[in-house]
Design a protein around this ligand. Structure first.
Ligand code: F3S
Length: 422
């Protein structure tokens, strides 16, 4: 298929803007063919997920682009990376791996990327606005950007993301286009009590349920509380994007493209309609847990996606509400966050209590990329639907799922304590 190119696209493709732009544009053009479109479009922001050092090839690709003069032409943030860049020896003993990770980080920042190293970029620097066309990687961030912010991105894969950032162009297709953002599957919440709707775990469990049900369909959800925090919507989207491959959902009355059911459906009939009841929700809650009440606990993981300032506040309040305010011997408490949230927390008096509790804060990275979980850990507790979904297969642990408060109380007891929500 012949792709319609602008004059600047042609200059890039002909190598007149440098070798890195030529490489990046040739990949974008190839992807347009793969996507079945003959048009490209501008983006105004990018978020790079390919900076996670998944392979030596990823490092080679980044260094090759950087050495060829690659520079991003739109504001570009970085997802979490393979290391806590300022304190990596805390968990990483493999110096070869560390040096590759540092080289990869340098290649991306040399290309002009902002070193946010966060998988919750929408809670920090350069949050995109409603209607903006962007190219984001990282499943939870994509879901949040599309659904909660109303920005428009496809699910950009590793390395395609940096090509979009260098060229400022993407194939014109998928969720960039209004007609492809129409809700397809109407989900009606029925008979949920206010108590259950108010639970912290309501959101990630519902996200797990919805993702598992709709896969990559665009859901329109009715019956949610009319107020939701960014952290609640973050937890919902991260779980939905993991259990399914949800890139966009509409929450009626909450998200910007869904002031009404009709608006979310673009005045068409839904392809499917399903009621969701509390029984469905409790089944999903059970589905997230492989560990049982009273099981010995080895590790707590909080901050997947990266902990926000407000989540640190909740954690501190929960720690201050228990006695003794420290995790039992043998229970590790891993807290994942980014530099931006931690900088704010640094200006409070919370850190002393968190550290006395046993919390080990790691910036820039994630439990699935840095070896911060003991090899002999058997039971992991988390408040994250995403971590709960991936940990059994990736870390070979049984998962207990609960609120931040449940995690704190369980860490103190040294065993899984779960309160039945609602
Ligand atoms: Fe972030 Fe890692 Fe969770 S990338 S969303 S902390 S799996």
């Amino acid at each position: 298929m012949t792709i319609a190119l602008s004059e600047n696209d042609k200059r890039m493709l002909d190598g007149l803007c440098g070798e890195a732009s030529r490489m990046a544009m040739s990949i974008i053009v190839r992807m347009a063919n793969v996507c079945g479109t003959n048009e490209l479009m501008d983006i105004c922001q990018a978020h790079i997920d390919g900076c996670g050092l998944m392979s030596d090839a990823g490092l080679e690709f980044a260094e090759k682009l950087a050495a060829a003069g690659g520079k991003v032409v739109v504001p570009t943030t970085l997802n979490m990376g393979p290391l806590d860049l300022q304190d990596w020896p805390k968990f990483v003993t493999d110096e070869v791996f560390a040096s590759k990770a540092l080289r990869q980080g340098k290649a991306y920042t040399d290309m002009g990327c902002v070193p946010t190293w966060s998988c919750a970029p929408y809670q920090g620097y350069l949050t995109p606005r409603f209607g903006q066309q962007i190219a984001w990687g990282e499943s939870n961030a994509i879901c949040y950007a599309n659904s909660v912010l109303g920005a428009r991105t496809n699910r950009y894969a590793d390395y395609l993301d940096i090509c979009a950032a260098i060229t400022g162009r993407v194939p014109k297709c998928g969720l960039h286009l209004t007609e492809n953002r129409r809700g397809q599957w109407l989900l009606k919440l029925q008979d949920f009590s206010p108590e259950l709707l108010a639970e912290e775990v309501f959101w990630p469990v519902l996200g797990h349920l919805v993702g598992d049900m709709v896969h990559d369909k665009i859901s329109v959800i009715e019956g949610l509380p009319k107020m939701a925090t960014t952290d609640q919507l973050k937890a919902f989207g991260a779980a939905a994007a993991s259990a399914g491959s949800v890139a966009l959902f509409h929450a009626v009355g909450l998200t910007p493209e869904a002031p009404t059911r009709e608006a979310a459906l673009q005045d068409m009939e839904p392809e499917q309609v399903t009621d969701i009841t509390p029984d469905d929700w409790y089944r999903a809650w059970e589905d997230l847990a492989g560990a049982h009440e009273g099981d010995k606990l080895d590790v707590v993981v909080l901050g997947c996606p990266h902990f926000s300032f407000d989540e640190f506040r909740t954690l501190t309040e929960e720690i201050r509400a228990v006695a003794p305010a420290r995790a039992a011997d043998g229970v590790d408490v891993a807290l994942l966050t980014c530099q931006q949230s931690l900088s704010l927390v640094d200006r409070t008096d919370w850190l002393a209590d968190i550290e006395a509790f046993g919390g080990r804060i790691t910036r820039d990275t994630c439990v699935f990329h840095t070896p911060m979980i003991r090899r002999d850990a058997d039971v992991l507790m988390t408040n994250s639907g995403k971590c709960g979904y991936y940990a059994p297969g990736t870390l070979d642990v049984k998962v207990a799922f609960g609120s931040i408060g449940d995690c704190v109380r369980s860490a103190v007891a040294g065993k899984v304590l779960r309160r039945r929500p609602g």
